[in-house]
Design a binder for this molecule. Structure first.
Ligand code: 4AD
Length: 427
């Protein structure tokens, strides 16, 4: 059945909707139902008015109209400036499709019910829009979307945080990143991307970590490091500009974060070694057991310090050229520094990480051996360097982290339907 856009209807037009009662208000003359039909753009629900006449003549049991009752409404459109969104439906017929048990308060563990509430519904709709514009951007830049497997034997981001499980007779893991598979597809398609879950078994209590997240990853053949950074900048600006050009997504974003503005070029570029100097120069010291010390080369810049950098420069920041010890085995560079980049965005810190990839076979094997990796599981990755290798690079960005930056909600757990984290009840 076609979905009617109520906001284009004429005064008095007869319409018909299905939906769920979001709120219910009664006075001594009428009943006002706020009905969610799931398709409201920027409004949470449409007001449906049941007048005295309808209430007294209705064949249905009015007391069964409760929060979450599923109803079928027939009625006439009335423009009313007092109603939410300036529109309401004067109901002429109401039918109960699905009764709802009394529901006073939705508890936190009932995620399946919470996601009907305004805030989470807006976030879920925003996930849709982010993916839409991510796809539009990649499509416009001649990328192919691919679907590598998420069951794997590799651990591109280190061995500490992988979920292992039995796969017939073998011990395998859930992917931490699709990057390695994407790289193997370059000789076939030159530019590829994927939007798939990645998994990290880290027991991390920060507001930006999940055990399962939506990883947007891209790989490109024949680019250099500078082009990679420019590409990432264009990508972030495109997606956030499009989100703010679309009335519906703009409305959700501004309801959640009234301060939000799309990101604009140029972002600040800072080498990791300069970021260390920047922190010390601005008297941002590393706090450990109530003592403060200076940052030194090789130290991890935790998220709270990343946010301090953002507070000062007031623009998205690229931190580049991390030391070899801080990046995964595949990152290209010289004997000291890698051609790697982290993008820091407001409210979060790191949302994206990318690099040029080692494309020489012997160099790659040497790096893997230095890191005590089991080369046997990476044969396809090594083979790519054996049969027509080429310079290439790419990046990965967590959809939920990007949304956390855009919406400035409390935690990444507010940016997905069913968060997976070690302190969260599985629903
Ligand atoms: O920095 P990460 O671990 O890099 C990679 O996985 C690369 N292989 C990506 C690539 O180059 N194709 O992760 C990349 C991004 C992070 O910046 C972050 O946005 C997100 O993935 N991410 C997480 N999001 C939520 N919870 C976690 N535990 C995350 N770990 C990474």
């Amino acid at each position: 059945m076609d979905i009617v856009d109520l906001w284009t209807c004429q005064e008095n037009q007869l319409i018909f909707i299905n939906g769920w009662i979001h709120r219910i208000i009664k006075d001594n003359k009428s009943i006002f139902l706020m009905v969610r039909d799931g398709q409201e753009k920027a409004r949470n629900a449409i007001q449906v008015v049941l007048n005295k006449h309808l209430i007294s003549n209705s064949v249905i049991n009015i007391s069964k109209l409760r929060k979450e009752t599923c109803v079928e409404i027939t009625g006439h459109i009335r423009h009313n400036t007092i109603a939410q969104g300036g529109l309401e439906i004067l109901c002429t017929r109401i039918k109960i499709i699905g009764e709802a048990e009394p529901l006073e308060k939705i508890e936190d563990k009932n995620r399946h019910l919470i996601l009907r509430e305004d805030r989470l519904t807006m976030v879920l709709k925003l996930q849709h829009f982010v993916k839409k514009y991510v796809r539009e951007f990649f499509d416009g830049n001649r990328f192919y979307e691919v679907t590598p497997p998420t069951i794997t034997q590799q651990s591109p981001e280190g061995n500490d945080d992988i979920f292992k499980f039995d796969y017939f007779e073998e011990r395998v893991s859930l992917t931490q990143s699709s990057q390695l598979y994407l790289e193997t597809m370059l000789p076939a398609m030159k530019r590829v991307y994927s939007i798939l879950p990645s998994y990290r078994a880290e027991k991390n209590y920060t507001r930006r970590h999940l055990c399962e997240f939506t990883h947007i990853e891209a790989e490109m053949a024949f680019i250099d490091f500078n082009q990679l950074i420019i590409f990432i900048e264009k990508f972030i600006c495109f997606v956030t500009t499009k989100l703010m050009e679309n009335e519906e997504s703009k409305n959700y974003i501004l309801k959640l974060n009234p301060e939000f503005k799309p990101f604009t070029e140029p972002f600040v570029r800072m080498k990791y070694s300069d970021a260390i100097k920047f922190l010390n120069k601005n008297e941002i010291h590393y706090k450990n057991n109530n003592t403060y010390k200076l940052f030194t080369y090789g130290m991890d810049i935790e998220d709270k310090y990343e946010r301090k950098i953002l507070d000062i420069v007031k623009k998205p920041v690229f931190i580049t050229h991390f030391p070899i010890s801080m990046k995964s085995f595949y990152a290209d560079g010289n004997s000291k520094e890698t051609l790697s980049v982290d993008l820091l965005l407001p409210n979060v810190g790191e949302v994206l990480s990318g690099s040029m990839r080692i494309w020489n076979k012997d160099e790659l094997i040497k790096r893997m051996e230095q890191q005590n990796m089991n080369v046997k599981y990476y044969q396809m990755y090594i083979d790519q360097r054996k049969y027509g290798s080429c310079p290439h690079g790419g990046f990965g960005i967590g959809l939920e982290r990007l949304l956390l930056s855009i919406t400035n909600l409390d935690s990444i757990k507010d940016c997905c339907p069913y968060p997976r984290s070690h302190d969260q009840h599985l629903v």
